[in-house]
Design a protein around this ligand. Structure first.
Ligand code: ATP
Ligand code: NCN
Length: 225
């Protein structure tokens, strides 16, 4: 933590967004309500090294994210920006690189909060330099059906780190980095995997993705094979 007066809070949501879906929008909304950041940045991954490859291009995923989150004061109660730095980097997408870049851009007096779902929290200790993430940002995770956040499901080194860093939303807003929070009340049972499978079966997953995203997928014939 720094001793500086914090003058802003920026929440970051990274993801493959292949495609973006209502679970992502709900996750972002949940933390916007809880932490009340001044800005939300959506960061599509360029090369998510722990996944088996991507199914849509960076350009298509950015367009879908733009449609889902809109611009300033679209579906969110906060200005939203799409940060394409990970798509522009050729290398494997490591969040630590992104956080270093965002911290460099914003300086020391801004609270930076990296958001994730419980599935990622369950293997946070496999991320590149995972403990250093807290040197640049706070980390907040929300529950997700099928991915528990209790001691039995979180690796002990991650659980220890979360325990010693636990912070309230007010503390998170008013310090630059280094805290963690768990939000156990989000229950949105949607995944991009299930959406891709539905599209391949010729279904229209209208309740799982925002309408503009489904239009984009259909117009561009995405996720057919
Ligand atoms: N339904 C959900 N509830 C809570 N968090 C979610 C949900 N869906 C995705 N997330 C979180 O959003 C971030 C980006 O997720 P991602 O783009 O990989 O979507 P996904 O649905 O998990 O994709 P896939 O099914 O292809 O693995 C991750 O931190 C993930 O944990
Ligand atoms: O930094 C890492 O090593 C790392 C490993 C796995 C996932 N991440 C990030 O976690 C976010 C969600 O990833 P995913 O695979 O669920 O789309 C996204 O921003 C990824 O870049 C980061």
């Amino acid at each position: 933590m720094t001793g500086n007066a914090i003058n802003r809070c920026v929440a970051l949501l990274g993801g493959s967004f292949d495609p973006v879906h209502n679970g992502h929008v709900a996750l972002a909304n949940y933390f916007v309500d809880l932490i009340k950041p001044d800005e939300l940045r959506i960061i599509p991954a360029g090369n998510p090294w722990q996944k088996d490859g991507l199914h849509a291009s960076g350009e298509d995923r950015v367009a879908m994210v733009r449609s889902a989150f809109g611009g300033a004061l679209g579906v969110m109660q906060v200005p939203v920006n799409i940060d394409q730095q990970e798509i522009l980097r050729a290398s494997a997408t490591y969040t630590i690189d992104t956080l270093r870049a965002v911290r460099k851009e914003l300086g020391p007096d801004v609270s930076i909060v990296f958001l994730m779902g419980a599935d990622q929290l369950q293997h946070l200790n496999t991320w590149q330099e995972w403990q250093k993430l807290f040197d640049y940002a706070h980390v907040c995770a929300a529950s997700r059906p099928g991915f528990a956040m209790d001691a039995a499901h979180i690796p002990s080194d991650v659980a220890q780190e979360l325990n010693r860093r636990e912070g309230t939303p007010v503390q998170i807003r008013s310090t630059a980095q280094g805290l963690a929070c768990l939000a156990p009340n989000l229950e949105v049972d949607i995944s991009a995997t299930e959406i891709r499978a539905a599209l391949q079966r010729g279904e229209r997953p209208i309740s799982l993705v925002p309408p503009g995203v489904l239009d984009y997928i259909e117009q561009h014939h995405l996720y057919k094979s």
